[in-house]
Design a protein around this ligand. Structure first.
Ligand code: FAD
Length: 390
């Protein structure tokens, strides 16, 4: 493991910081980072995306021939860390930018690359992800949505669920079964579906956080042209694996958790819980875990920098941070005593209820991008070599 940064990496860090100083207005900091106000903040996230795109940051990791900077994994981690430290908003089209655009570079036709990639990066086209179904989440290969060839195009029927941001998306990258005779993994195709058409209905799912950023998508005769089929018919599962590779290789954000622990310590002191031995131990434990998380991140970075593709040990990182965040948020709600039950935005809620929101949201973190149980299965079988469970 290499714990030091080179002079070039330190110079890159300064470049990011200087750019942020010039381009991230004070009133945008710590806004638009998700939360129960997300509905008021989509404009800000769209504007921020445009600004990042114009400055070339959204192509940081891309090869130079595709207009990127071919940034090393360490540079990408520095970029992420500086964005988190500055409290930069998240971008509205994050699924398109981080998952679909790089997948199209690998599997898309020239027409798809020319038509979609720049528009995805600039935020002109917002994509959502239509993979999960009511009976197909962890077991995604069991999906039922059907795609049939009819009158020279594809006709889609079925239901998708948990699609983040589908209510403001222009298009969806979506999996549907195009061959019901083939083995489950082989009969799936990958489509780019126009969300603004009569055969697509989106219904928002109201969550316990008060937000409604997830949606159900009902497909009843939705039409997709051939040019919006990515890869060959039946290649959808292989293309989805590329998407998952980008989803799970998200670089660790130790800074986010280190800041959360400092804020937790401040909250505990302010609520008069700082002298409670149990609280002190929980806060100290959180500090240790956040530090260990930084070290795990540096180990993964060293491996990535040496050219190793992220392997099943990416599951360790996902499992570790999502379970750690749940504990941090739970402690923060606990130190508020009876105030801990006040909903975000309530008149007497501590810090406007942001920890309560964080606790509720953290419950989702151990589900998306592979639940904790799925990560443990992967670690057991592919890292520890234990026999496959039934
Ligand atoms: C915040 C968030 C955002 C999301 N955004 C999107 C999106 O934009 N697009 C999209 O398509 N989907 C999205 N999802 C859906 C997500 O991919 C699924 O929730 C996830 O794959 C789990 O599937 P499921 O909810 O159907 O649970 P299930 O797969 O039904 O699992 C239920 C429980 O059983 C456990 N379990 C399942 N299989 C096994 C096994 N083999 N061994 C042990 N335990 C098992 C799980 O761990 C879980 O505890 C999102 C989910 C969340 C929480």
């Amino acid at each position: 493991m290499d714990l030091s940064f080179t002079a070039d990496e330190e110079a890159f860090r300064k470049e990011v910081r200087d750019w942020l100083d010039r381009n991230l207005p004070a009133e945008w900091r710590h806004k638009g980072v998700g939360g129960y106000r997300e509905e008021e903040e989509t404009d800000l996230q769209r504007q921020w995306q445009r600004r990042l795109h114009e400055a070339g940051w959204l192509k940081l990791a891309w090869p130079k021939q595709a207009g990127g900077r071919a940034a090393t994994p360490v540079m990408q981690a520095i970029y992420q860390e500086e964005m988190a430290k500055a409290g930069a908003p998240i971008i509205l089209g994050r699924l398109g930018v981080s998952l679909l655009a790089p997948t199209l570079l690998v599997h898309g036709s020239q027409w798809q690359k020319d038509t979609y990639v720049e528009k995805i990066l600039s935020g002109e086209l917002i994509f959502c992800q239509g993979f999960s179904e009511p009976d197909a989440g962890s077991d995604l290969a069991g999906l039922h949505a059907r795609a049939e060839r009819r009158d020279g195009h594809w006709v889609l029927n079925g239901q998708k669920t948990w699609s983040s941001g589908a209510h403001y998306a222009d298009k969806s990258f979506l999996l549907a079964r195009s061959d019901s005779e083939a083995e489950p993994h082989k009969g799936i195709s990958f489509f780019l579906v126009d969300m603004h058409q009569p055969g697509v209905e989106v219904r928002r799912i109201r969550q316990m956080t008060g937000g409604g950023e997830f949606c159900e998508i009902f497909l009843s005769g939705a039409v997709v042209e051939d040019r919006d089929l990515v890869g060959e018919p039946g290649a959808g599962w292989m293309i989805a694996m590329t998407v998952f590779g980008f989803e799970r290789s998200g670089l660790a954000q130790a800074a986010r958790f280190e800041r959360a622990v400092l804020e937790l310590a401040g909250l505990a002191r302010e609520r008069g819980a700082g002298s409670d031995a149990t609280v002190r131990q929980k806060v100290a434990q959180a500090q240790i875990e956040a530090h260990v998380f930084r070290l795990i991140g540096l180990r993964s970075l060293t491996s990535a920098q040496q050219g190793h593709a992220p392997g099943p040990e990416a599951s360790l990182t996902k499992l570790y941070w999502s379970e750690m965040d749940k504990r941090i948020q739970e402690t923060a709600v606990g130190v508020q005593g009876a105030y801990g039950v006040l909903a975000p935005g309530s008149q007497f809620a501590v810090e406007d209820g942001r920890w309560q929101y964080g606790w509720m949201w953290a419950q989702a973190e151990t589900i998306y991008a592979g639940s904790s149980e799925i990560q443990r299965n992967i670690i057991a079988e592919r890292v520890l070599g234990l026999p496959r469970g039934r």
